[in-house]
Design a protein around this ligand. Structure first.
Ligand code: ZN
Ligand code: ZN
Length: 221
């Protein structure tokens, strides 16, 4: 795998994540203070896009309960006010629920206040950042070559000595236009050649009859 770290990217995402975490906690404590189920730590970023180079972000999803004494519209106003006071650009939308969206520094927080139940749903995410440049796929060196075969062995007819799965080259995944990556259909994440199990070679004397067909030069025994 060949790739170069992007200097400061991890630190920048950490900074944005911590900012989001603090702000959302603050917002929740103002709007639905009884709510306790809350991640205390920011945690590790998750992959937001599996295309190379991988993109990472932090996300939060959290449910609070609107007190009966506060109407959905009033709750929406409180959310909008609190976000605006903290310097967020605020957008309000009322459809089947009250949606209050705040944007700051690329971080987006959305508060969804149900009209038909007391659920207040908080969702927040940081922008997505890549930590390294796109990975250049490099075919690994074969584990066996004609020069390094053990006596009595022949190169694996499937991988020609590579040892690794010839589809994914040992990564367990192959690039996918839509999703970025998908599980290797050849080795099913075993990473190694299914015929030689990674050895790169086959023992000539114990080859199956049909396998000998791959080696026309092999003398019969
Ligand atoms: Zn594979
Ligand atoms: Zn093989």
């Amino acid at each position: 795998m060949l790739m170069t770290d992007i200097p400061g990217a991890r630190e920048e995402l950490e900074r944005l994540g911590l900012f989001m975490h603090v702000q959302v906690r603050e917002l929740v404590s103002r709007l639905t203070p009884e709510a306790r189920v809350f991640p205390q730590e920011l945690g590790v970023p998750s992959v937001s896009d599996w295309h190379e180079p991988l993109q990472f972000h932090h996300t939060m999803t959290f449910r609070g309960a609107r007190p009966e004494t506060v109407s959905p519209a009033e709750m929406g106003q409180r959310a909008a006010k609190a976000l605006a006071a903290a310097g967020w650009a605020v957008e309000e939308k009322v459809t089947e629920a009250h949606f209050i969206t705040g944007r700051h520094d690329g971080v987006v927080v959305q508060v969804r206040i149900s009209k038909i139940s007391n659920v207040v749903l908080y969702q927040a995410k940081t922008p997505s950042l890549a930590f390294h440049t796109a990975e250049v796929m490099v075919k690994p060196d074969p584990v066996r070559t004609p020069d390094t075969l053990r006596p009595g062995y022949v190169l694996c007819y499937e991988c020609d000595g590579l040892g690794w799965c010839s589809s994914c080259w040992g990564r367990s995944w192959i690039p996918d236009v839509e999703r970025g990556r998908r599980r290797c259909p050849e080795c099913h994440q075993d990473r190694v050649c299914p015929i030689c199990r990674g050895a790169g070679e086959k023992h000539a004397a114990t080859l199956q009859y049909y396998e000998r067909g791959y080696y026309p030069g092999l003398s019969g025994e």
